[in-house]
Design a protein around this ligand. Structure first.
Ligand code: BG6
Length: 369
């Protein structure tokens, strides 16, 4: 049932074009009008939402962090992302105009379940983004948006993550549609960009050799840093988490803009640093800022490993290794940039002889607090 792959992890990384494609399936009509029938919350109520709180743990929380950028941009609704276990114990401000979006692959994570219960008690409306039909969190929520990643067996999450980002984006676009903030044509265009993602993921998967080779060469590495900015920041965090979970290597993700405020002190000769570079076509000139970050760490001896958009030649001069991902709008880039980082962690852990499906000390779903 591993589909010919040596591990569920590899299979699931390779399932990602389908995970995203299936999550998009049947959600919109030919004019790009979203029909999220499963979100059975009165549209009038959804229109009055004045705050969104996304609750999740682990990889699912990074999906939430990615979604925040898109939801705020499209819907203009202030959106917080919080770890479920922190949310519950800090006297959060929640009321009837708050929409709580939980993200959970299993739908059974106790911390997230308890946070959702708490939010409902405070009067919030709750939507669950979940990969497991009929699980507890969707049953206890007002509405559910299922990710259709298929069963995820490997303990560390991969395909569920991309499906969660996809579903959260659908929810964001749906809210924008309801509130009339986006012209229908724009939503249709974004949906069509999303529709092109599975093929682009496939292109990355088909070119896995280079990153796998690097992973094997780096099997003895003691510490790896990851830098990203904007939506690339949670991608960097997820890249670091995958490496911790699978390869038991110390890894940290940082916001690239934070570099000079602390993390740059960690850079010494030979320190490997992955840098997730924003598209040079992006609106905020973040590309040149991140390229400057690469120069800064390179000058201090870092081994720079760069994930950049195809055609971005500017990064080459400062990068020891460049992995290119296909062009896509900035907000959708996490659906591509994450994939090489997953492959890197999986291959490196495999090279060390570890069981990538069942990493030590971890459980697939944590049903205790
Ligand atoms: C952890 C899993 O224990 O729970 C992670 O090992 C996962 O892979 C996290 O991201 C959250 O799980 P879920 O099911 O709520 O998405």
């Amino acid at each position: 049932e591993k589909g010919g792959y040596p591990s569920f992890m590899e299979k699931e990384i390779n399932d990602q074009p389908a995970a995203v494609g299936d999550t998009l399936l049947g959600r919109a009509d030919a004019n790009g009008r979203l029909m999220l029938d499963e979100v059975r919350i009165d549209p009038e109520l959804l229109k009055s939402v004045d705050k969104i709180i996304v609750l999740a743990c682990g990889t699912s929380a990074y999906a939430g962090q990615v979604a925040k950028y898109a939801i705020e941009h499209w819907c203009r609704i202030p959106t917080e992302v919080e770890l479920s276990h922190e949310f519950r114990y800090r006297d959060p401000i929640v009321d009837g105009n708050t929409l709580v979006v939980s993200i959970s692959q299993s739908g059974e994570t106790m911390d997230t379940l308890m946070a959702v219960r708490y939010a409902r008690e405070q009067g919030a409306k709750t939507v669950a983004i979940c990969n497991t039909n009929g699980s507890t969190i969707p049953r206890e929520s007002d509405a559910v948006l299922y990710t259709h990643a298929g069963p995820e067996i490997a303990v560390a999450s991969t395909k569920a993550f991309l499906a969660q980002i996809t579903a959260a984006y659908l929810l964001g676009l749906y809210l924008a549609q309801l509130r009339g903030l986006k012209f229908q044509g724009e939503i249709r265009d974004i949906l069509s960009d999303l529709g092109a993602i599975p093929k682009k993921i496939q292109a990355i998967l088909d070119n896995a050799d280079q990153i796998k080779k690097l992973a094997r060469e780096m099997a003895d590495t003691k510490s790896v840093l990851f830098l990203g900015r904007h939506v690339g920041f949670p991608v960097a965090m997820e890249g670091a988490l995958k490496l911790k979970e699978l390869a038991y290597i110390h890894a940290e993700g940082f916001a690239a803009g934070e570099l000079k405020h602390g993390p740059i002190a960690l850079i010494e000769e030979g320190q490997p640093v992955f840098v997730v570079v924003p598209s040079p076509r992006g609106r905020h000139s973040l590309h040149s800022k991140v390229v400057s970050n690469i120069q800064e760490i390179r000058a201090r001896g870092a081994k720079t490993i760069v994930i950049a958009e195809e055609g971005d030649e500017a990064v080459r001069a400062y990068a020891e290794h460049v992995f290119y991902i296909p062009e896509t709008p900035t907000l959708l880039a996490p659906l591509l940039a994450t994939v090489p980082l997953q492959m890197f962690a999986c291959e490196l852990a495999t090279a060390k002889g570890y069981d990538v499906d069942q990493p030590r000390n971890l459980a697939k779903s944590v049903t205790v607090e």
